[in-house]
Design a binder for this molecule. Structure first.
Ligand SMILES: [Cu+2]
Length: 293
């Protein structure tokens, strides 16, 4: 009697695992449902000996000169920001700003893959402002389900329009003086372009990750990803120029406990030989496996 029950249990377990595997064969679909953690998911808890990934983004060769933007379609923009110019390649002293740097893959020191952890969602929203008829900052990062708070500081109307591939697309008018728009993205996606239907030159990018291990390079090209557990990681740096979906480069980095892993990248014309790869936009750390969607 007990033996029969045991056999039956084993059989049903195998069958349900097979069913799970079959339903998980998707990759790169536009399925916008929330991501469910794997059966083996561990909640990430800092141990107190976390380190950093830090580096500088260099730009090799002569950067393209910023172009002045014709804002005559909306006089309010010309008044607010008469010298508005393109921001796609922000280079200062050979260093590149607005590069999204993040942990793409890898494992912590105990061998657990980053993708197998679940992470608490920060309560603080990340701000994206429209000021002087451009987005400030130009590139931001958020965790999945963390709020993005979009504000309009201009004396004119904007229309916020993210164009994701894995999350639902939306667009929303935001008049001058209107309340902030608060949104979340349920799926990891590096990166989501955001445009404005009122002002065709306006562009920003939102990197969405399941974990907090990301940073955006500053004006001097430096970045620091904080709170990184000891481990060995693939660190990726993404810049919007290159192919239609930008350019991504990766480096393997080991972070010692309480230490710093170094990840220096180079973009620009002379940098193509060093592990450069034009990359398609894909959900970060969205590795298909049994029991995980
Ligand atoms: Cu606008």
């Amino acid at each position: 009697m007990f033996k029969q029950l045991k056999v039956w249990l084993v059989l049903t377990t195998i069958l349900s695992l097979l069913a799970l595997g079959a339903s998980c064969s998707k990759s790169g679909t536009n399925d916008a449902g929330p991501e469910t953690p794997s059966a083996t998911a561990k909640t990430f808890a800092p141990k107190g000996d976390e380190g950093t990934v830090t580096g500088v983004i260099a730009y090799n060769g002569a950067p393209p000169a910023p172009k002045k933007i014709d804002t005559s379609a909306d006089p309010a923009c010309g008044t607010a920001n008469p010298n508005l110019s393109t921001e796609d390649t922000a280079v200062k002293d050979g260093k590149l700003a607005n590069v999204f740097v993040y942990i793409k893959d890898g494992s912590t020191a105990d061998g657990t893959k980053v993708a197998d952890y679940t992470f608490a969602v920060p309560g603080d929203a990340v701000n994206l402002d429209q000021k002087g008829c451009h987005y400030v900052p130009h590139v931001i990062g958020v965790q999945t389900n963390q709020k993005v708070k979009i504000t309009n500081s201009d004396p004119t109307q904007h229309n916020v329009h993210p164009t994701p591939k894995s999350n639902p697309e939306w667009n929303q008018t935001q008049a001058n003086g209107a309340a902030p728009i608060e949104k979340t993205f349920a799926r990891a996606e590096v990166l989501i372009p955001v445009k404005c239907n009122q002002h065709p030159w306006m562009k920003s990018y939102v990197g969405v990750l399941k974990h907090p291990f990301f940073a955006v390079s500053a004006e001097d090209g430096t970045f620091t990803i904080k709170g990184v557990p000891a481990g060995t990681y693939t660190v990726a740096a993404w810049h919007e120029k290159g192919g239609a979906n930008g350019t991504e480069k990766t480096i393997e980095v080991t972070v010692p406990a309480k230490g710093a892993g170094k990840a220096d990248f180079a973009f620009g014309e002379a940098a193509t030989a060093s592990n450069g790869s034009g990359l398609q936009m894909m959900p970060a750390l969205d590795i298909p496996m049994i029991g995980r969607h």
